[in-house]
Design a binder for this molecule. Sequence first.
Ligand code: NAD
Length: 319
Amino acid sequence: MKVLVTGGAGFIGYHVTKNLQKKGHSVILIDSLITGNEENIPEGVAFYKMDITSPEIETVFIKEEPDIIIHLAAQISVSYSMKNPQEDGKVNIIGTINLLHLSAKYHLKKFIFASSAAVYGTPVRLPIDESHQLMPTSSYGLSKMTSENYIQMYHQSNSLSYTILRFSNVYGPRQTSEGEAGVVSIFLNNAAQDKPIQVFGNGNQTRDFIYVKDVAEACVRALDLGENTTINIGSRTQLSINHLIHTIAKISEKPLSVQFEPAREGDIEHSSLHYSKAREQLDWAPHYTLEQGLREALKEIQRKRRRTHEAGWEKSHSI
Ligand SMILES: NC(=O)c1ccc[n+]([C@@H]2O[C@H](COP(=O)([O-])OP(=O)(O)OC[C@H]3O[C@@H](n4cnc5c(N)ncnc54)[C@H](O)[C@@H]3O)[C@@H](O)[C@H]2O)c1
């Protein structure tokens, strides 16, 4: 199949593209590179440096004739969304409408959308299943919820098929510090550089961390499965920040220095997503343990640091 991946030069986009290529699909990427990176674009894909809010996106639909779209491009920072709700809405809502409009116009077989646990807001029960109330507490969560509503409207009015995937906190290699599990990347980077780790609150707050390769697998399964429905992609575990630090110390094989700071206003205390619907509809369950995922992520950080170090050494010794 010919799959158009928006946000394909990003963290999750890289792993989705690799998984698609492994399964023999041909991949087209659109990315503005605002947070994405050209290093995340594997060989053999057609790449268009474009903004999803721009009308020029239509040229890609005309030229490439994709069968399916996996829409990952987004403004991903919750704190940025609170300070710049207009820009968040422009990228996350207007950008999604632009893609929906073109997907309907050019009769794409399916629209697969990266949504987020942020649509639920503060949980009233745990683990959260898909029927939980939607009460986002951030502009980011609201822009994701609004996009979901537009997707359902396009399904009703244009028969555009869809799968909405609500990810929990995704972590793994190539992650930046911005997204919803950016904390893992920050902690791993600090551990690799022997810098102290800063924790807001007492560290007993919990999150549902899901490994990026598991998320990529769910996206690719949605090409054929999970027709016109909304599915959580999480691990169903409530993992405390203290446990995360303990596991990072274990795999780094050194003690970590931790600084506790006052809790930040608005931070959710506990979160965890049910994935039984993903099991039923996508035949999907998380495969990686936290320790396996963290080991792969740390290895990549160490590799990158070695490369940067070597490049610096070569530069300082060249004439
Ligand atoms: N990382 C997580 O924990 C997490 C959790 C829930 C949902 N999600 C969702 O998954 C998707 C991918 O997130 P990620 O963590 O890989 O983030 P990322 O920032 O690494 O990837 C997003 C990509 O979108 C691109 N982009 C941003 N605005 C664009 C625009 N206007 N036009 C074209 N490209 C644009 C960026 O350059 C980047 O490459 C996002 O939709 C995000 O909301 C992520």
